[in-house]
Write a new protein. Structure first.
Length: 97
């Protein structure tokens, strides 16, 4: 079935979170892009830079500033999401501090 949504958030709502790629999930956290660079493109660049979500999770926050389009606010949102996932996995405190 062809999705009527062009934004990953709509796809998540329509088809469920499991149907999204890592880049689409990351784009939801990034929320908005910059001129001529939508959030999904920024998300793909982040994953290309760090290799995977796991590679991204193990980076100090300052390393994310190399990606054009990631502001402090967006980086903090990503870090908070990783911390939530880490805690859900039964751990306390992010090991990448």
């Amino acid at each position: 079935m062809m999705s009527k949504w062009t934004h990953p958030g709509g796809k998540l709502r329509e088809q469920g979170a499991a149907s999204l790629t890592d880049a689409e999930l990351l784009a939801i956290l990034i929320s908005t892009g910059i001129r001529e660079k939508p959030a999904e493109k920024i998300a793909k660049e982040v994953l290309a830079e760090f290799g995977s979500l796991e590679g991204l999770a193990n980076q100090p926050l300052e390393r994310l500033l190399v990606i054009k389009g990631l502001s402090d606010r967006k980086i903090i949102r990503i870090a908070a999401a990783f911390e939530l996932a880490y805690r859900l996995a039964g751990h306390k405190g992010n090991p990448s501090k």
